[in-house]
Design a protein around this ligand. Structure first.
Ligand SMILES: CC(C)(COP(=O)(O)OP(=O)(O)OC[C@H]1O[C@@H](n2cnc3c(N)ncnc32)[C@H](O)[C@@H]1OP(=O)(O)O)[C@@H](O)C(=O)NCCC(=O)NCCS
Length: 247
């Protein structure tokens, strides 16, 4: 429950799919699910969008199906981009999914961004050219070959968490957002793009299990308290309302 205004509730789960979870989604989201070819993409979309409703609903004492999620693109105004809870402007949410993880963040503290990646994502060729700024590239090169993939994925999730909190996503190139190197506590070092955040960014690394890295960022004047929980039981409860979950 998001009882404390300083809290960020972060809940992660394995992707799954059931008729009951899918019914929580609105028509547009259900159309998105139907348009996906791959079953694992469908599971991630269904679980993450159902889970964020469940966590918001717990915080405000509503039924999850009564929670309306919308999105509005900063660039074109289209119905994509940073998700928001309709009719609850003080409630901030973020969604991430990758591999066998979905993660949602819910808080009243300020705009929030969450990200998860498998460590293996840090192996992609050209990572340091695309994602890292000049000083970060130097730090990356100093690491051993063994350390580099996890470090690269950690850099990536720290940057993406900030860019999701600000709502820019990939509208700002990640090499323009400098974060502390993975051997240090996470923090935003410099924002080298237009429209810098008007509130301090607080970053917290997330332990999302073996083989994954994650980070949550919030733009707020106060330090957050992050409550990280495994949401598999919660998902299973809601998935079992009707039908059987498939994993
Ligand atoms: C945000 C972004 C970097 C995440 O990409 P990703 O690593 O593939 O996916 P993740 O699982 O980490 O996050 C996906 C979630 O981020 C959220 N998201 C998308 N754009 C976002 C934004 N600008 N700010 C904050 N969150 C955003 C959505 O909730 C999305 O979940 P959904 O696809 O289930 O609805 C990427 O989706 C992005 O930048 N999109 C915007 C591109 C854009 O603005 N194009 C211009 C169109 S006019």
């Amino acid at each position: 429950m998001v009882n404390d205004a300083h809290e960020i509730q972060v809940v992660w789960a394995h992707p799954s799919r059931s008729p009951a979870l899918e019914r929580m989604l609105d028509d547009r989201e259900q159309d998105r699910v139907a348009a996906l070819d791959r079953e694992d993409d469908k599971r991630r979309l269904v679980t993450s969008h159902a889970l964020v409703r469940v966590v918001v609903a717990q915080a405000i004492g509503l039924d999850p199906s009564a929670v309306r999620i919308a999105a509005r693109c900063l660039r074109c105004g289209g119905p994509h981009g940073k998700p928001v809870v309709q009719a609850l402007p003080g409630m901030h949410i973020s969604i991430a999914h990758a591999g066998e993880r979905v993660v949602v963040a819910v808080t009243r503290l300020g705009p929030v961004g969450v990200d998860v990646e498998p460590e293996s994502a840090g192996r992609f060729a050209g990572f340091s050219d695309v994602v890292l700024g000049a000083s970060e590239r130097n730090e990356h090169e100093r690491l051993s070959a063994e350390q580099r993939p996890r470090a690269a994925a950690t850099w990536w999730v720290r940057k993406e968490a900030v860019l999701k909190a600000s709502g820019h996503g990939m509208l700002v190139s990640p090499d323009r957002v400098e974060v502390s190197d993975p051997t240090q506590a996470p923090r935003l070092v410099a924002w080298r793009a237009d429209e810098p955040p008007t509130r301090p960014a607080h970053l917290v690394d997330l332990d999302l299990g073996v083989g994954y890295v994650g980070c949550v960022a919030v733009l707020a004047r106060q330090q957050p308290i992050v409550r990280l929980t495994d949401g598999d039981a919660l998902v299973a409860t809601w998935a079992a309302e009707a039908g059987t979950a498939s994993r």
